[in-house]
Design a protein around this ligand. Structure first.
Ligand code: WT7
Length: 646
């Protein structure tokens, strides 16, 4: 790629232009698209036509702030758009899903195959009484049946709730209960670095006190013995046998629920983010095609787990609605060797790779010999998502994976936005290392001051979205008020993202990070309040306060300060025990890297924990204003006794 040095930019002065030949072949070649995006309803009305509708919409947008109805009056089905409409032409026998197991096993499903399995499984769900609107929880490894289960739910109009397989049984139970799921689809176990995670056993534990779940459908993956509860539990491979292949796709209102996905917020209770069929599908389909410059012959690999929004939007719904060939890998990037990703790229001639900064930083640490040992010449486009990518990691990705040939699309978005919101459109948007560049056409983003006024170029502030976009969340499940308060009240009338960002003189956006009590660990959102309540749940703990601390590979790590109940002696084994307790309550992803035991937490005179000071301590930096502290000795103790390695 051509590199140009320019003066006067914010962080990075270099601009990267698409290589010769890329732009002239790109899906989007005309920068005018950004102007067309100014007229929101006209633009998204045009894009709506890319999908198959059973009945056209009456109105592109009904905006009853903060509730939007996209494509009101339209009838549509997500699974139909991902499968049936590809069956008439040449795509019928195209690989829809290439699956690579951690142990090296492989399965390829064509669009026709996938359609068949989804139709059958939809009929299985129906036979257990699952009807339009009933919720189904999916707690699965990264295997084809997971995608099949999602699409089967979509086909019959039953919203799915995918729970990441790394969540503990308690976290699973909370989500099952909040959504009142009727059925759970799971597997006996899941492979991870050669070990087995006992998913079915976790389901059994989770369901001990739960009454809403009527059926548990178990996919056989790892083959270890599991307990099957009579009446309730059935094997997927048994119940799918001889089931009819005919399954009409439910005609859904555009505004009907497609899925719920839980994410962390500022309170201890995860939020059930609700996405609807019509707007979501138009949003992910358009962005997937344009951002990844998708061509029919591409092999597209998104490394995210389906348990996260990236897996929903850019492993399943976006790519399949566009008739892409998706690659799905079950396991860890270092199993059996640290070049597993590059082996997969070489083996399947992957052309588009979408991964996360934390993975890139891990690869950097392992060294370039791993990618160098493999043929990566098939790659033509790289993507990044989940957290800010530091310019160093961007350059490494560019050089050692993209071989200076592949544009990098750094995509900013959220569980709530459903679709990519800021990103380069690779044929027309020059890149800067570490910037997600500019908003996608038809998306209106701004940076505002604490009072809600737009800040001038060159300055930083709060990142907001002005007005609705098609894949926006509909609400928080069962809690319209929390939806309104969380996103639309901070700055009246605009959507608050929870992020801080600055923009440079070219109008390029540089996302700094969360400004709320959310920690971004390896691109996963963890609420400090969730970890705190997990810690306080331990019988010996009196109080806990968690903050995020900068981490070289993970971006941020959880640092917890814990005070024990009266009379409990501090001993070192306690730390391991407390960490294990967090893993039990939430899952390994929330395990604090550091726990510091202390008699007292720093508080204001009115008794509020001063997290700001704890953050200063965790980051090993100079302390901010301490004048409101009730007892300055607490801070002196912490400063003296905590040894932060930087
Ligand atoms: C938060 C959303 C979007 C799918 C994965 C995460 C951060 C996400 C970027 C990026 C800088 C990013 C933000 C955002 N984030 N992508 N390209 N550059 N920050 O989804 O769990 O809902 O987290 O992730 O802080 O608010 P999520």
């Amino acid at each position: 790629m051509e590199e140009k040095h320019r003066e006067g930019l914010m962080e990075e002065k270099r601009l990267f232009f698409p290589p010769a030949g890329f732009s002239s072949n790109a899906v989007i070649q005309n920068p005018e698209i950004y102007e067309l995006g100014q007229d929101r309803t006209k633009f998204w009305g045009e894009q709506g036509k890319r999908l198959d509708w059973f009945k056209p919409w009456d109105k592109v947008l009904e905006w009853d702030r903060p509730f939007a109805k996209w494509y009101a009056g339209g009838k549509i089905n997500a699974a139909y758009n991902c499968l049936d409409r590809h069956l008439n032409g040449a795509r019928r026998n195209k690989a829809a899903l290439i699956f690579e197991g951690e142990l090296g096993d492989r399965r390829v499903l064509t669009y026709q195959d996938l359609h068949r399995e989804v139709s059958q499984f939809a009929n299985v769900l129906k036979s257990y009484g699952v009807e339009k609107g009933d919720r189904v929880t999916i707690y699965m490894p990264m295997i084809p049946e997971t995608v099949i289960a999602m699409l089967a739910c979509a086909r019959i109009g039953a919203p799915h709730i995918v729970v990441f397989g790394g969540f503990s049984y308690e976290a699973l139970r909370d989500r099952v209960l909040d959504a009142q799921a009727k059925v759970i689809v799971t597997s006996d176990g899941s492979y991870r670095r050669g070990n087995i995670i006992p998913l079915k056993e976790n389901v059994d534990q989770a369901l001990r006190t739960v009454t809403c779940v009527e059926k548990v459908i178990v996919v056989q993956r790892t083959g270890q013995p599991v307990e099957m509860q009579e009446e309730r539990d059935v094997w997927y491979h048994e119940v799918i046998k001889n089931v009819s292949l005919v399954s009409p796709a439910e005609h859904m209102d555009a505004d009907d629920m497609l899925f719920i996905l839980y994410t962390s917020g500022t309170t201890g209770k995860p939020k059930g983010i609700v996405h609807t069929v019509g707007g979501y599908m138009v949003g992910v389909s358009t962005t997937h095609e344009w951002v990844f410059d998708l061509k029919d012959e591409d092999v597209y690999w998104c490394t995210a787990d389906v348990g996260w929004i990236t897996g929903h939007s850019y492993l399943v719904y976006g790519p399949l609605s566009n008739g892409a060939t998706i690659l799905m890998y079950e396991g860890a990037p270092d199993y059996p060797e640290k070049d597993r990703y590059w082996e997969i790229v070489e083996k399947y001639k992957v052309t588009i790779l979408y991964t996360a900064p934390t993975a890139i930083r891990t690869f950097m640490k392992w060294g370039e010999s791993y990618p160098l040992g493999r043929d990566l010449s098939s790659l033509r486009l790289l993507g990044s998502v989940g957290e800010p990518i530091n310019p160093d990691a961007w350059m490494w990705y560019h050089k050692h994976i993209g071989e200076e040939r592949c544009p990098i699309v750094d995509t900013w978005w959220q569980t709530e936005t459903g679709m990519i919101m800021m990103t380069p459109v690779p044929g027309i948007t020059p890149l800067k290392a570490g910037s997600c560049t500019i908003p996608f056409p038809g998306v209106h983003i701004d940076i505002v001051s604490p009072l809600g006024n737009a800040v001038p170029k060159g300055e930083s502030g709060y990142l907001v979205v002005r007005g609705p976009w098609p894949a926006m969340l509909k609400t928080i499940y069962g809690d319209d008020k929390r939806y309104e308060d969380t996103y639309w009240r901070q700055f009246e009338g605009v959507y608050f993202t929870g992020d801080e960002a600055k923009w440079d003189d070219d109008g390029y956006f540089w996302v700094i990070g969360r400004v709320d009590d959310v920690i971004n660990v390896s691109g996963h959102r963890i609420g400090t309040a969730e970890v705190e309540s997990a810690l306080v749940d331990h019988p010996l703990v009196a109080e806990a306060a968690c903050v995020g601390r900068t981490h070289e590979v993970k971006g941020q790590a959880v640092f917890a300060f814990v005070s024990l109940k009266e009379g409990i002696l501090i001993h070192d084994e306690l730390i391991a025990e407390l960490k294990a307790h967090v893993v039990l309550k939430i899952g390994a992803l929330a395990r604090p890297d550091d726990i510091f035991l202390t008699d007292e937490l720093p508080k204001t005179r009115s008794g509020k924990i001063m997290r700001r000071l704890l953050k200063d301590i965790a980051e090993g930096r100079a302390m901010g204003d301490t004048s409101t502290l009730a007892d300055a000795a607490v801070i002196d103790f912490l400063k003296k006794n905590i040894n932060i390695e930087k």
